[in-house]
Design a protein around this ligand. Structure first.
Ligand code: SF4
Length: 497
């Protein structure tokens, strides 16, 4: 790794590990020296280039000792330089307890006072320095990181005596941040990235999100949504920004307000409560979940015990269970299947949650069938097409990957199952909400990384993850497609144009 540090004090913040594996070039201050140093760096054989040092804050809110990772470097008279992968590194710094920000660093020719910094903030700068945009030329296509710590906040004059104390804070932060550069160095390599297809949104999730969007458009904010519309933090945060209010229970919603039921479905008791409160309900329950509800009602009405295979506490299971609570027995695993009982062993049926692992569920059904030969069920299990397809694709990819990254939230059952399926194929697998959850140590020795995403995770997050991985030295991206999906569900009457 090649490290550019303008001043001796800044270079001294690099710890022994960084120094052992890096060539450090002390550049001196300002554009002229930075240009010369950048040219010298071109001759250094290094897998990646880091620029470290202090900076001045342009935007309010940044404090002495905060870290700024440059995602874009600007200077007058030149095109901006994009620095992908900065969010991943900022997250690694936050995990070390540092306050890290990602933003544009503007490099200027002379020291910039508060007025000029305010002006630059108006043009999108987060912080200001005097070298980074010129030093970027020394990367010459190699992975680049620009890590600066704040020495002055946005309104402080340079001659302010408090700057000395802020300088000490800033250098202390630089010392604490330096080990992350070594983690970054160890993760640098060109990789093969295998994308599993299908991945990301299924038809039920697409429909549920569209229902909330249309409700907001047609009826205006706020629109209340019972529980997370789909189990993904990014989707929920985005809809919240647009005026959706997510609640856990109906009593948090004002009488008569527009209320959307989530894709996971609700029990008849919840429907009755909504009617009692006069809520204006739009049902975003996935039609494939509604189908399981209908089966539960049909089996129970025929006098059967319904073994409901799924995870206790999951919203979908609560909704299905609520269709026939007196006739339904929850079965979470093989051990449960081995001990559950039914009043009449000749009248037993099973149903499943839609997002279970296909192989594990087969084992549970086999155990039940062994104990109850008369067991009947739906024509196939209720695990939906999207869950089945994503598991098949991730299995293929995991066989050839050292590490598999599954984009999805911890609350997402189908995403968690993808991680388990990949692990059963022998890969190290991790669930990540987005690229900021990736620990560089996970991937340091991985030559091939498999990538998938749960049915509730937006595809943009996959693109952003792949871009961050590629920023670590390049990537040969391939896609393994095991099925193509074209299913679309009709929207409910209430939001149809
Ligand atoms: S994962 Fe399956 S059941 Fe769940 S919303 Fe998507 S299509 Fe419907």
């Amino acid at each position: 790794m090649l490290v550019y540090a303008p001043l001796r004090l800044e270079a001294a913040c690099l710890d022994g590990t960084v120094r052992r594996h890096a060539r450090v070039i002390r550049t001196g201050m300002g554009p002229g020296r930075a240009r010369v140093a950048a040219a010298r760096g071109l001759a250094v054989d290094a897998a990646g280039v880091a620029v470290v040092g202090v900076c001045a804050a342009a935007v309010p809110g940044l404090q002495a000792g905060d870290v700024v990772l440059g995602s874009e470097l600007r200077r007058a008279g030149a095109d901006p330089v994009r620095v992908p992968g900065s969010r991943m590194l900022a997250a690694a710094l936050r995990r070390r307890g540092l306050r890290a920000h990602v933003g544009t660093i503007e490099s200027v020719a002379d020291l910039a006072g508060p007025t000029e910094r305010r002006y630059l903030a108006g043009r999108g700068a987060t912080a200001v320095d005097m070298e980074s945009a010129w030093l970027a030329a020394g990367a010459d296509g190699r992975p680049l990181v620009v890590l600066r710590t704040v020495v002055e906040h946005s309104t402080r004059e340079l001659y302010d005596p408090r700057t000395a104390l802020a300088g000490a804070r800033s250098l202390a932060a630089l010392r604490r941040a330096a080990p992350v550069l070594d983690e970054w160095r160890r993760a640098l390599r060109r990789r093969r990235i295998m994308l599993a297809a299908p991945r990301s949104f299924c038809a039920g999730v697409d429909r549920a999100i569209e229902i909330v969007e249309l409700a907001l458009e047609q009826r205006g904010a706020p629109v209340y949504v019972r529980k997370q519309i789909v189990h993904n933090e990014h989707v929920v945060a985005d809809l919240e920004r647009r005026g959706a209010i997510f609640v856990d229970e109906l009593d948090e919603i004002p009488a008569g307000a527009t209320t959307v039921f989530s894709a996971h479905g609700v029990s008849p008791a919840v429907r009755a409560e909504a009617a009692e409160r006069g809520l204006d309900v739009i049902d975003a329950t996935c039609p494939l979940v509604s189908k399981v509800h209908a089966e539960a009602r049909r089996f129970a009405a025929a006098g059967n015990t319904v073994f409901l295979i799924g995870h206790s506490g999951h919203e979908e299971i609560e909704g299905t269970y609520g269709e026939a609570p007196d006739a339904t027995v929850l079965v979470e695993n093989v051990a449960d299947a081995a001990r559950v009982a039914a009043p009449d062993p000749e009248r037993v049926t099973f149903l499943t949650q839609t997002t279970l692992a296909v192989d594990e569920t087969e084992e549970i059904i086999d155990t039940l069938r062994g104990r109850f030969p008369a067991l009947r069920g739906p024509s196939s299990d209720d695990i939906c097409y999207a869950t089945t397809n994503r598991q098949k694709a991730v299995r293929e990819v995991a066989r050839e990957s050292d590490v598999v990254l599954v984009v999805g939230s911890r609350t997402s059952s189908n995403s968690l199952r993808l991680v388990e399926v990949a692990e059963r194929e022998g890969a190290r697998a991790y669930l990540v909400d987005d690229e900021t959850d990736v620990d560089l140590a996970w991937i340091a020795d991985a030559g091939t990384i498999g990538v998938s995403a749960g049915a509730s995770a937006p595809e943009e997050l996959v693109h952003s993850l792949v871009a961050s991985l590629a920023a670590l030295g390049g990537a040969d991206v391939e896609q393994t497609t095991t099925a193509t999906e074209s299913l679309r569900f009709k929207l409910p009457q209430e939001v149809r144009g």
